[in-house]
Structures are given as C-alpha cells and as structure tokens.
Design a protein around this ligand. Structure first.
Ligand SMILES: [Zn+2]
Length: 268
C-alpha cells in the first residue's frame, strides 16, 4: 500500500506548480473546494460513508460474537469460547481492510491536493493541524474520528505536496470564512452546504464561498492568524456596519505580530 503512494508522489514531484494564488476549504464530501469553485477529491465522501457503515456493522457483529463466547465460557464450554476468540474476533482481516481503506483515502486526498497545486503558486488554507474540538472529546463516534483523521491527512498532503512542487503554503485565520458572504461581507446562515440570507439575496454554495474568502485573509490588515474568533466576528460586523451607515472607513489597525494575545471582546 505504501509503495503505491510513494510511487505516485515520486512521479508527481517533477510536475511544476501553477502560477496563481488559490484558496482551499477542506470538506467532507469532497477533499477540497478551491477559490475558483472547483471540487477536488470528490470520492472522499463515498469512501468515508462506506467505511463508517463497515465500522458500525463490524462493531455490531463483534459484540454479538463476544456475547456468544462469554456465554459459552460461563457454561464451561471453554473450547468454543476459545475458538470464537481466535477465529472470529481476530484482527487480521480487519487490519487488512483498514489498511486498504487508509490507502484509498490518502490517494484521494493527495490527488486532490496535486490538482490544486497544478494551478497554484501559493496555496492558502486554514491551519488544519489545529483542532477546535480537541482529541479526547472524539470518543467512539466513527464519523467524528474519520473527520479528524482526514483533516490530519489533508494537512499533511498540503504541506508535503507544496514543498515538493515548489508552491508556497500559507496558513490564515479561517474564522467565519464559511459564514461571511464573499460579496458583501455580511454574516449569513449556514444550512448544510448552503449559505443563506445574505444581503445580496443570493444563496451561495458554502464551501465555494469559504474558499473564496480564505485567500483574502492572507492580505487582511486586521485579521491575523491568531486573532480570536470573537474578535474576527466583531471586525467583520464593524466593516459591514460602516458600509451600511456610510461612515468613512477608518485606517485599519496594523495586524498584530503572530502569537500576540488579544483579549476577546465580550459576546453580544
Ligand atoms: Zn452578500
């Protein structure tokens, strides 16, 4: 499995990167959506759904077998209990299926990133190595674990492919990029894959809208990589309020140096 991926990566490492600045938004149905409206890695959702179903069915079957083995042991039929444990609760087949699935997902995601780098001299994305939820809260939920895992692979692929093909890879603060209308800047309501009720009266595809907003953050004078979530919301609201009341736009605050902590403004 590893050899297939390595060979693929070796071939592609000789391909030059593109010439444009491209923003990407990480999805679940597809690996990436870019700021030109293209979806990449569109088989990802199907692969993950199939694995999620397999995982749940596997857990159900194993629980049933474990209970049969336990009952047999209680009755004193230790031979049967042992047979089930060795033959039916083994790891070998499961490990083989899991390795195959991992390889398919990696190939889908790496291929998606290559398609983006074909066009990009600079790839702009949120820092996918930072997890908002934190690891321990993922628990046994199959879908959440799969989502966290694909996020990590996407982060790895973006860094790795960019480095090998010579594109710059830039992290930006992606807070509210999915909710703010890329045309008027107002916060809309996210409903599944749609962004509704923007002042423009248009319903955007949420991931495309986010991917368009993301590269703009690279040049945003007010929103730095570590600007807190709530502060970002306030900045976005101040901008649209200024626009609405036609007040002169004040000079933008200089972006704080990376790592500087700003006390988040109170919720409103
Ligand atoms: Zn709008």
């Amino acid at each position: 499995m590893h050899y297939q991926i390595d060979a693929f990566q070796m071939r592609s490492s000789r391909r030059p990167c593109g010439a444009r600045m491209i923003g990407v938004d990480k999805g679940y149905t597809e690996a990436l959506t870019d700021s030109e409206g293209e979806h990449h890695g569109t088989r990802l959702g199907t692969l993950l759904a199939a694995e999620s179903d397999r995982g749940k069915e596997r857990n159900r079957r194993r629980a049933k077998l474990r209970s049969i083995a336990n009952n047999a042991a209680r009755r004193g039929d230790h031979a049967k209990a042992h047979r089930i444990t060795v033959n039916n609760l083994g790891q070998v087949k499961r490990d083989r299926q899991a390795a195959r699935h991992r390889a398919q997902v990696r190939t889908e995601i790496f291929t998606a990133v290559h398609r983006v780098v074909d066009k990009a001299a600079t790839v702009v994305a949120e820092d996918l190595t930072k997890s908002f939820a934190g690891r321990k809260r993922l628990g046994k939920n199959v879908n959440r674990r799969l989502a966290a895992w694909t996020k990590a692979i996407t982060a790895e692929a973006l860094a790795n492919v960019s480095e090998r093909r010579g594109s710059a890879f830039v992290h930006v603060n992606a807070a509210y990029t999915a909710q703010a209308c890329h045309r008027c800047g107002r916060l809309g309501r996210r409903d599944g894959d749609r962004l509704h009720r923007t002042v423009c009266g248009v319903v955007w595809q949420a991931d495309v809208n986010a991917a368009i907003n993301i590269p703009r953050r690279a040049g945003d004078p007010d929103i730095a990589l570590h600007t807190p979530h709530q502060r970002v919301r306030q900045i976005l609201q101040d901008r649209t309020d200024r626009h609405r009341t036609r007040l002169p736009v004040q000079d933008s605050r200089p972006a704080p140096p990376s790592g500087e902590r700003i006390i988040p403004t109170a919720q409103h």
